[in-house]
Ligand binder design. Sequence first.
Ligand code: NAD
Length: 313
Amino acid sequence: MHRPILIIGACGQIGTELTMELRERYGNEKVIASDIREGGDTLMGSGPFELLDATNYAAIEDVVMHYEIDEIYLMAAMLSATAEKFPMRAWNLNMNSLFNVLNLAKESKISKIFWPSSIAVFGPNTPKENTPQNTIMEPSTVYGISKQSGERWCEYYFKKYGVDVRSVRYPGLISWKTMPGGGTTDYAVEIYHEALQKGQYECFLDKGTKLPMMYMDDAIRATIDLMESPSEKIKVRSSYNLASMSFTPEEIAESIQKHIPDFTISYAPDFRQQIADSWPSSIDDSAAKEQWRWEPKFNLDQTTLEMLNNLKK
Ligand SMILES: NC(=O)c1ccc[n+]([C@@H]2O[C@H](COP(=O)([O-])OP(=O)(O)OC[C@H]3O[C@@H](n4cnc5c(N)ncnc54)[C@H](O)[C@@H]3O)[C@@H](O)[C@H]2O)c1
């Protein structure tokens, strides 16, 4: 029997699907969803929910004690595009929420943590193609700086205090159940919605901007596989590179045109172009593949099929 799990930031793009998958595997009552706002009907109706602010240590501790929580998945954060508009708020949320869960584990109140990092930890001086696990990291966004600092603190808490914290650097995630929350790769979700609704899409990134992306099912499976792996297999305690596909806006448009031949894309790059230009184009995830047998399942055309079929319903 699995001990209770708390998800913080459960109503967001990843949290919603992660909560439902964990409830499916371990039982609805074992997975406590929490957020500063209520989520969709399916999530809210399927199990326990707590209104919880990730920056409030005492409030998290109360929930942990009440439900005898053993593991926390911390999904609350301010994402890349929004963080550029509110740098200090982003730093406060992204760092303090992480310290709160790391300190709960340090004090033995929980035994395992999942905290997501991002390809935003890399920067303009990082090798762009097949970006290695260990390489130059000089993030130039507030979000990237917070994720890189977070990675350093995770490794520090593991080495110094034995905190069992696990992490992956998610690429841009594509899903149909919940809209994305203010990232630079949001276009790769919006484009499917608008292809079906309007038959055209104006992209906020320019032609030729190749970024690493992943279908949500792969990301959720990676997350839970990492959390279920024996501790001794997890050699990287900062965060694992994780990859499945990389594409440009014109390539995703071509993939959509196989199903909607009249679909057109135009380009109007905004401030998010600069963020995208500082990120890698493709990622070397061999450490994750070797150490805990990560393997992606969805390529671009399979993702397009899933997105269009489900959004049409
Ligand atoms: N979605 C992606 O493409 C992507 C890529 C790389 C990394 N990540 C990381 O994965 C994690 C989850 O991302 P997401 O896309 O689901 O984000 P999201 O913005 O969709 O969801 C974040 C959730 O956190 C909640 N939240 C905000 N402030 C809070 C607070 N103070 N207390 C409690 N909850 C709060 C929001 O209400 C929201 O439901 C983040 O750490 C993000 O940086 C996401």
